[in-house]
Design a protein around this ligand. Structure first.
Ligand code: NI
Length: 128
């Protein structure tokens, strides 16, 4: 697997984008993910990718990170050429699925899964 991006939970996606642009990131257009109730926006600088995720109304997957920590990086996403195999390998290393494998509009409908480890926290995997 290779690192794909760092995901930030943010409250206001436009303000977050402006702040990250001041750091030198260039952003793609904002995408609305109606399945997950979030706005998503990918940015890039020197080959490093970031993903801004903001809640759209109530009950989004980033609510608990925002209420606990405020705007914050909260996951690293890895790209996998064999996502089912990698999920099984990680399960054997005590990672648990926290959001099951499903297509995501923010990734052009490629499948993503979130997994959690008690020792390193949350990760995301996207199929390559
Ligand atoms: Ni992500």
């Amino acid at each position: 697997m290779r690192v794909d991006h760092i995901g930030y939970a943010v409250k206001n996606i436009n303000k977050a984008k402006t702040s990250m642009e001041a750091l030198g990131y260039t952003f793609e257009p904002i995408v609305k993910d109606m399945d997950r109730n979030i706005y998503i926006c990918f940015g890039e600088m020197d080959g490093y990718r970031v993903e801004l995720i903001a809640p759209m109304g109530n009950s989004s997957p980033v609510d608990k990170y925002l209420s606990k920590n405020g705007p914050t990086p909260y996951h690293i996403c890895y790209k996998s050429a064999e996502i089912e195999t990698d999920i099984e390998k990680l399960k054997a290393s005590r990672f648990k699925v926290s959001i099951p494998l499903a297509q995501a509009i923010g990734f052009g409908n490629r499948r993503v899964v979130f997994m959690y480890s008690l020792s390193v926290g949350l990760i995301e995997i996207v199929e390559d």
